[in-house]
Write a protein that binds this ligand. Sequence first.
Ligand code: SAJ
Length: 442
Amino acid sequence: MKSDTKPAVCVVGLGYIGLPTAAVIARSGCKVLGLDVSQEVVDTINRGEIHIEEVDLDGLVQGVVARGLLSASTEVAPADVFVIAVPTPFEKDGSGDHAPDISYVLAAGRTIAPVLKSGDVVILESTSPVGTTEQLRDLIAAIRPDLKIPQSDPGGLARETPDIAIAYCPERVLPGRILEELTNNDRSIGGVTPRCARKALAFYKRFVRGECVTTDARSAEMTKLVENAYRDVNIAFANELSIVSDRMGLDVWEVIRLANRHPRVNILSPGPGVGGHCIAVDPWFIVHGAPEETPLIRTARGVNDRKMHHVVAKAEALLEAHPEARVACLGLAFKANIDDFRESPARFVASRLARKFGARIRIVEPYAAQLPIEFTDTGVTQIDIDEALEECDILVVLVDHDVFRVVPLAERADKLVYDTRGIWPDQPRVVREDAARAALAV
Ligand code: SAJ
């Protein structure tokens, strides 16, 4: 790859991270081939359309495909830079110890290895347990003995300049703000060797405006896991406070608001649990790597998972205490203002209530065209927020969508509200206490 010419790039995996990444790289003028195992995904992108929802992504993909900068395929082709953005789920062995499954990363390595040539840069972006980038390196070395592969041990095998560079560079973008954060966030770039890090750095500088900081691959892998574990532990603290406050008859939002006036205290927001594909998953990669040394991270996961069940129990008690009341659950998404329903605690709570109370329950979710499959045959109906305010007596707030947040007090003052997100601090206090009393009665 000559520094004066734009590298040809191959992005492996066209999901929530891979597709926006491919599009942003293409926008910088590089020719990008996106690789995916799904023919349907490939066809969609080649039509200039997208298969996922993300703010402004449709227009960007349409533009770069139309300009011939982005195309998709199921077949690999030679490139100068390879970016791997495939999933790293848990192993499905049923042992329940949340072992990370890096088979998709290794499969991506097997796919690209045959087309690698001297001068190429291979970058892993998938959230990965510590040591994965070195495993990827070893796999490529085994498949391509003809290439000089970078070694982390400087006194080891390859003192000569390696043929290829291998690095780890995690994404840290927030769903709903992916395009903006892909460009503006700082990046940690971990090379298998310092030279590898420098090669990857030169690539990211083409489209990242945030600061790019180089390190070694293992530190960069751990950094990504630590960021999400940090957030999980802090949300667990807030969720534990909310349960304690229920028990003591206190308004947790009031307590947090007051505590956060301290200049060095910043407590996060309680909610119905932690959803999404990152924060509830990544901490386990650390726990799995060091089970004896991670009691805090493991406990935080448990606290956040138990919060979902606490919310279900409290809502059930509320509904049983008011058998005639019509109930609206507000929100199914895993967080505010997005249409992503995977691993959503709101969806979990609403579906449990739907199964138990059937036609008494209505769902308001402006981001869903229809209800997810588990609501079929429950008798539950989907209505909009105006209908909920007209028809329902109890509102269970599960997601802090802006459209819910802006409902004025006058339109909900007579409702019994269980607000798991604290969006209506002015809701009459008596309603909150009623909910808490009902829960304590179980
Ligand atoms: N949540 C709370 N209370 C809070 C904050 C969040 O209950 O105070 C809940 C949300 O409702 C949601 C879950 O936590 O259910 C996760 O939401 P989030 O907005 O904290 O994070 P994600 O999963 O959308 O994205 C995270 C981000 N990581 C951090 O903020 C440290 C993002 O930057 C990462 O790129 C992403 O994980 C990822 O891909 O790893």
